[in-house]
Design a protein around this ligand. Sequence first.
Ligand code: NAP
Length: 271
Amino acid sequence: MSTSDLPLAKRPFGSTELRVSPLGLGTVKLGRNTGVKYPQPFEIPDDAAASDLIALAKSLGINLIDTAPAYGNSEQRLGTLLKGQRQDWVICSKVGEEFDAGKGSSHFDFSARHTRQSIERSLDRLNTDYLDIVLIHSDGHDEHILQHEGALAALQQCKQEGLVRAIGMSTKTVSGGLLAAELGDAVMATYNPAFEDEAPVLDYCARHGKAAILKKAFGSGHLINAQDPAHAAMQFALSHPGVTSAIVGTINPAHLRENVAACARAIADGC
Ligand code: NAP
């Protein structure tokens, strides 16, 4: 059996009861192709291609899937695409950022009221009665949001009510990442060979049993080329002991297979 055939062993998601694969599937490209920073323009996959991609991810051992209201119609599509297999997936969504496709820009609302409405809308769109992970989708003012807006308290309330299993923030600063890790269950941080600034957040998560998931592990695709294949970025991501899972976005089945193989190889190498 080659490493690409090996299922990815699930890991504890911080101190929660969730267990996730060390590689997750990012779904920006299933819902939105404007206002994004990928190296190449792309067509959003149709339902058949998206369904095949998700089936492939599942068959290769991925159970963590990341979406957000700001990713175009990603949530709505997943609501249909994951029908009948809800229990097989750990779904991560977000609150706070709203993308207006007409204007090509985002606006943000971190109030308790909007947070509650956003979660109820995500439950509806995703066709489920619980969300596994919900992160505050920061605009960069991480600490201000956590300390002075209502989103965190609303998430805590939703968790108490059983609507959400784990909460946290997708952060943009080190100080905000540290505070989010202290106050929540999980942080989504950026960490790749070209951007190591947020390593202290991962260190904190490792020491305190908090989950850390990575966004942009491949630099949104800008770091992957013949000299720097997926394996190098995956090895880098998973070699940090604080990293629970790297969420990599792809709509290319060959890339997905390559990433799973790279992940399995990194783990076999001791990551
Ligand atoms: P990424 O995962 O670093 O890179 C994705 C890009 O890399 C895609 O354009 C993809 O193109 C390409 N790629 C993937 N595997 C490849 C391979 N094996 N060989 C060559 N190219 C490959 O960047 P990201 O999508 O920005 O971030 C990942 C996920 O994190 C997102 O989908 C989203 O779920 C989450 N995210 C969250 C935030 C936030 O603020 N919370 C921000 C950004 C991202 P192909 O489709 O052609 O494979």
